[in-house]
Design a protein around this ligand. Structure first.
Ligand code: 5GP
Length: 116
């Protein structure tokens, strides 16, 4: 059975979060423990636990995640300098919340390599 996470409650506004964007497919909010000056999570409104669970019918939503990332980067004023988009999957990817999410990180130089 697919288990809801805290992100479902954020989508439904049952718990507080700094939501910067929401539409019928995705929600974006500031990470509670930012790893960069700008750290925003973009998530599907539909619960998909990991990237391994993505289905062909999810492709429109995945495209939306990217277009919303670009829109938010522009809103945040970090588009031109650049930013990093990350989706972690399962244990080796370091995934902690099992509701897929794109990390949008920026606002400062992030270095060349990801942490291992
Ligand atoms: P993961 O490690 O699964 O890729 O990333 C999960 C992210 O969710 C982490 O960066 C963590 O700080 C963030 N996070 C976890 N719980 C909450 C919460 O309740 N509110 C917000 N805004 N972010 C959260």
């Amino acid at each position: 059975m697919v288990q809801e996470t805290i992100f479902s409650k954020i989508i439904r506004k049952e718990i507080p979060a700094d939501i910067v964007y929401q539409d019928e497919l995705v929600t974006a909010f500031r990470d509670i423990s930012p790893q960069a000056k700008t750290h925003i999570l973009i998530i599907p409104n539909k619960l998909i636990p990991t990237v391994n669970d993505v289905q062909p019918e999810d492709e429109a939503m995945l495209g939306r995640i990217f277009s919303v990332a670009a829109k938010i980067a522009a809103q945040e004023g970090i588009a031109e300098d650049g930013y990093r988009l990350i989706m972690n999957c399962n244990k080796h990817g370091g995934q902690e919340v099992f509701h897929i999410h794109m990390h949008l990180l920026g606002g400062e130089p992030l270095g060349k390599m990801l942490d291992k």
